[in-house]
Design a protein around this ligand. Structure first.
Ligand code: ZN
Length: 116
C-alpha cells in the first residue's frame, strides 16, 4: 500500500465521524459563541435544522453515501441557500438560518472529501 492509499483509507473512515461531529458537536460550539446566554436552546434549534435532510425522502434512492446532497436535493439547492441567507437578516430566524447554512457547509465538506 503506498502513501496515497493510506490517505484514502483515512478519509474513508474519518469522513462519517467528521460529518456527524460537524452535524452535532460544532453547532454546540457555534451556539455557545453566538448565543452564550441561551446556548443550549440555540444548540437544539441548530440540530433541529437537520430536518432539511427530509428532502432526501423525495430522492431515489433515499440514502446514497456517494451522492453529494448539495445542489441535488430541493432544500440543498442554491435557491434554497439564498433563502437561508436572507433569513439571516431576521433576528427571529437567525439561529435557524445559521443552522441551515452550517448544515450546507457540512454537507459540502463531505462532498469534497468524497472526491479525494
Ligand atoms: Zn444535508
Amino acid at each position: 500500500m503506498n502513501s496515497g492509499n493510506y490517505l484514502e483509507v483515512f478519509v474513508l473512515y474519518s469522513r462519517p465521524i467528521l460529518h456527524y461531529s460537524l452535524h452535532f458537536l460544532a453547532p454546540g460550539l457555534i451556539a455557545y459563541i453566538f448565543w452564550k446566554s441561551k446556548w443550549k436552546q440555540a444548540w437544539l434549534i441548530i440540530i433541529a435544522t437537520m430536518l432539511v435532510d427530509l428532502d432526501h425522502l423525495l430522492a431515489q434512492p433515499i440514502f446514497d453515501a456517494e451522492r453529494c446532497s448539495i445542489g441535488f436535493h430541493f432544500l440543498h439547492s442554491f435557491p434554497a441557500m439564498a433563502v437561508y441567507a436572507i433569513m439571516l437578516f431576521f433576528p427571529k430566524l437567525r439561529i435557524i438560518a445559521v443552522g441551515l447554512l452550517f448544515h450546507m457547509l457540512t454537507d459540502q465538506i463531505d462532498c469534497w472529501l468524497m472526491n479525494i
